[in-house]
Design a protein around this ligand. Structure first.
Ligand SMILES: *[C@@H]1O[C@H](CO)[C@@H](O)[C@H](O)[C@H]1NC(C)=O
Length: 359
């Protein structure tokens, strides 16, 4: 039962602790953890009683400061675990057709590099944290936050803020403290990771919607109940995947006036411009990725990966070709409505071809 994997939050490449990024490290479950059902939303578990949450915090891989914050915030440990699960599943979903399929198990070397994939991991994990925390507040799973209570800016007269809204304000504020101040980010790696972390948080923010429901005589909408709602995390994942596809390679430049290092997108050779700063929404990376074709420090390779003959086999299998196997799949067929009132079906069996990348 304990063969699952979790991503844990670890402090990253900054011994001074001035900026701790929500990087992802996978390790096997010990079986002691309480895993909230994915996506863990809606199943409003009561906040953990007594000292149980202290133990939960100890099970997570956090910096000392983060552990302190975790202990002070009942419900946080469970939420962090939800976030980890959410980020991991989304990463695997978004990369299901790519050579790198987000399997980090035993291969955390990628987190210490500056690939596009590293950029995505930083963004998706901070997005998952932001999302899970805002939801946990509104679901009543945290002691220190509840619903979003921002007043309606638009015509307030017929509005009631009746439904508990997702508390993004609390979530982003808490996280910027939890992840640590940015000031110490001196080198290119640290600036890159911090930038991508913020791309993730921004992606969640831009998905926040005001949702309203009408009440009143025969749908007259005399009274509306409105609340702030995050978009499904799948949409955030999709947005971040698009950012990954158009990620921008950066180098650094020293801002003399501010006396610090800034990210810089060099101009193409022959271009009249000098280059420019990356946009706040761009994912940025420092070095080109390996091919991910063969087993390496960074990926298990693509041997044995299932592919689609029309769409993905040629790129996924890296030119090594693919094996074809047939298997039988059962499905319901020849369904007829019987009087009254059920549907009767037969079982049919169909042959299906499965393609997998060769060695
Ligand atoms: C990723 O691919 C490897 C094989 O290359 C496979 O063992 C693993 O199960 C895949 N992971 C996911 C999440 O699909």
């Amino acid at each position: 039962m304990s063969s699952g994997i979790v991503i844990l939050l670890v402090p990253c490449h900054d011994p001074q602790g001035s900026f701790v990024s929500p990087s992802l490290v996978f390790s096997s479950l010990t079986g002691r953890e309480v895993l909230t059902p994915f996506p863990g939303l809606g199943t409003a578990a009561a906040p953990t009683q007594g000292g149980a949450h202290l133990k939960q915090c100890d099970l997570l891989k956090l910096s000392r400061r983060q552990k302190q914050l975790c202990r002070r915030e009942p419900g946080l440990a469970e939420t962090l675990r939800d976030a980890v699960h959410l980020g991991l599943l989304e990463c695997q979903f978004q990369f299901r057709h790519e050579r790198w399929n987000c399997s980090l198990e035993g291969r955390t070397g990628l987190l210490k590099r500056g690939f596009k994939e590293t950029a995505f991991l930083y963004a998706v994990s901070s997005a998952a944290l932001t999302h899970a925390l805002a939801r946990a507040c509104s679901a009543g799973r945290m002691e220190r936050c509840t619903c979003d209570d921002s007043p309606g800016l638009e015509s307030r007269q017929a509005w009631q803020w009746g439904v508990c809204g997702d508390n993004l304000k609390y979530s982003t504020k808490f996280l910027s403290n939890f992840l640590g101040p940015k000031r110490g980010s001196k080198d290119l790696r640290a600036r890159t990771d911090a930038h991508n972390t913020h791309v993730g948080i921004k992606a969640v923010k831009s998905g926040l919607r005001t949702t309203c429901k009408c009440h009143g005589v025969s749908g007259s909408c005399a009274v509306r109940t409105c609340w702030k709602q995050l978009s499904p995390f799948r949409e955030t994942g999709q947005a971040l995947k698009l950012r990954y596809d158009s990620a921008v390679k950066v180098s650094s430049t020293t801002n003399e006036a501010l006396g610090r290092l800034e990210l810089w997108v060099p101009a193409r050779p022959g271009s009249p411009t000098k280059g420019l700063a990356p946009r706040p929404g761009d994912l940025v990376y420092m070095e080109d990725s390996p091919s991910f074709c063969r087993r390496s420090k960074y990926s298990p390779g693509t041997v044995g990966r299932v592919c689609s003959r029309e769409a993905s086999c040629s790129s996924l299998c890296c030119g090594r070709g693919y094996d074809t196997q047939s298997r039988l799949v059962a499905f319901s067929c020849h369904c007829q409505v019987q009087w009254c009132c059920f549907v009767e079906c037969q079982q049919c069996v169909q042959e299906e071809l499965v393609y997998t990348c060769k060695h």
